[in-house]
Design a protein around this ligand. Sequence first.
Ligand code: ASP
Ligand code: MG
Length: 405
Amino acid sequence: MALIVQKYGGTSVGNPDRIKNVAARVAKYHAQGDQVVVVVSAMSGVTDSLIKLAKEIMPLPAEREMDMLLATGEQTTIALTAMALHSLGVNAVSLTGAQAGIVTDGVHTKAKISNITPQKVHQHLDAGNVVIVAGFQGQTIEGQITTLGRGGSDLSAIALAAALKADLCQIYTDVDGVYTADPRIVPAARKLQEVSYDEMLELASLGAKVMQSRSVEFAKKFKVVFEVRSSLNDNPGTIVKEETNSMEGVVVRGVSLDKNQAKVTLVGIPDKPGMAARVFKALGDAAVNVDMIVQNVSHGTGTPATDLSFTMDKPDLLKAKKVIDGLKAELAFREVIANEAIGKLSIVGVGMRSHTGVAGKMFDVLAKEGVNIDMISTSEIKISVVIDLTKGEQAMRAVHAAFIG
Ligand code: ASP
Ligand code: MG
């Protein structure tokens, strides 16, 4: 008998048939004698339409009330899932985040879990019930309802698995697992049997949006091994766990392409102390999340000047442009160039720590494809390049073929 935490995302519970399908899967584990805790998201699209509804009332609703509103999405799903299990003759109890003992800080709409007291969950399990917990929500010690940030049901599941010391944590989604690349772009992509937390984090933050990054960080911190798998079939998924020695044998675990990037270049900015500080402080104050930064060496005669480029998520471009335009008089740069037609292509793998020549090989592949590299950034287990968006997919396929096959 095992204690299993299963999390089902929005598409897996997207309509009554899908919910019945989830119940049937849960019932099978229950019939085997396993104790099952099911964490569910809101039905797909529900959270978005609740947000839209709120904005129709007022543009900037109070965050406390947003939490009150958004928590109803998951609350709908837990009740329906419990009913679906009852109709199969399985004992099941639904619990809100608060009832399940999920305690958070008071930062409405992006609360952090501070503590879980899962006694009630254990009691219901011991009485033979499947316990269905609303993901994405918790409660402060003062009893205020909070939510954990978009995609937060993943975090609820991982945190519950840690608190309950679960034997198994399964994250059910609408894909079969974590792939070496997006199979819609790279037909040769294949499903990974296992991936380390760090690789998963890099791939997630690079746009391979299988899971909320914060939940993977949490899993890493508390050493929660979990499996990402599909709720639509019985294929084994991808195991996400601590790095093992054998993982280093593979140089590149995955390739990702982020098409949601934009670039801003400040041309001819005086090369003197304090300029970069001024630019990035202003961007930070405006909540623009800057990703890559590249500064050239100085050029020109007279006062040395340089070019400074940075990237950010596309939706932040307008905000960034406004900030930079506002600095023009003060910083006396020559012009600003904004470019939305870029893509960030990255390769990720813990094997890069012990293999040399990886960057050279990647750049060589791009050269042979006639792809110009605009910016480069590297970390211990990742190499990213900014390239022309129109060449992004072709470049991705070529790099995948060269490193993975
Ligand atoms: N329903 C929430 C959202 O859409 C939480 C989740 O799905 O994980 O962000
Ligand atoms: Mg989700």
